[in-house]
Design a protein around this ligand. Sequence first.
Ligand SMILES: [Zn+2]
Length: 267
Amino acid sequence: MKKKLFFSALVCILAINAGCGNKNDSGDTAAPSTSENLTCGDTENTVYDTNGISGFVNLTDVVPDAILEIRYYSTYNFVGRRIDGYLQPTALLSREAADSLRAVSDDLKAQGYRLKIFDAYRPQMAVDHFARWGKDLGDTLMRRYFYPNINKSLLFKLGYIAHHSGHSRGSTVDLTLFDMNSEKEVDMGGTFDWFGHESHPDCGGNLQTLKYRTNDTLTDIQFQNRMLLRKVMLKHGFKPYENEWWHFTLRNEPYPDTYFKFPVRQL
Ligand SMILES: [Zn+2]
C-alpha cells in the first residue's frame, strides 16, 4: 500500500535492487529483497531506496503529544544547512520504537512533560553528508554554536562524526523534555548536538545513585532533569548512550543490522 502511495504521488522510478545497507539476517520481513523496490524523489533525477519502509511509522501518528523540532531539516544544526535526506520536517521510527516511545510520552505527560524530538530515523545519505562535511575543514559555519572548543580536524578521531549511525537502523531517537507548566524546554544544561564532554549524561553526577556531584558545568537541577528523561526512557525499553544525554536506542531494536536509505518524509 505504501509503495502504491509513493508511486501515485510522486515521480517514481522502478529501479533494480540497490540493497539497503547490511542485510538483516534475522529473517524478518522488514527489508524485502525483491528486485522491484520503488524509488521516489523530489526530482526526476533523484533516486531513493525505499526498501524496508513498511516497518516504519510517522512518530506523531503513534505519539501525538510529541513536539517535533527536526534540526536536520532546518539550518540550525552543526552543519548549518539542511541535511541530505530530510525532505520534510518529520520523524520516522520503527513501529516497535514508536510504540515504546508512546509509553514514555504517556508516563511523562502524567508528570507534566511532553517529549520534544530533535531527530529519529536518519537515512544513510544524511550520515554521508555529515562525513563529507567533517572532511571539509574549512567549513566552520556553526562552530561557535556547537563545537567552539574542538578542532574540526579531530571530529572523526574523537567519535563525533562517523560513517554509520544507529539512527539509520530506525529505532534511535534524540529528544528532550518540554515542561507544560513553564511552557519551555526543560533545562538540561547543554544543547542537543553539543560536541563536548558536557553532553555526557554523567557530567555532574553518578548514573547509578543519581546523586549530583558539585561541578562547574551542571547544576543539580540540570543533572536531575537529565536523569528524569533517562530514567523514563530506560523504564520503557530504551538504552542510553553515554556520550549524549539526548540519544536513546530501543534495546530490542527490530533491525539491528540494517542501515536504511529511504529519505525522511511523511509516510
Ligand atoms: Zn542521536
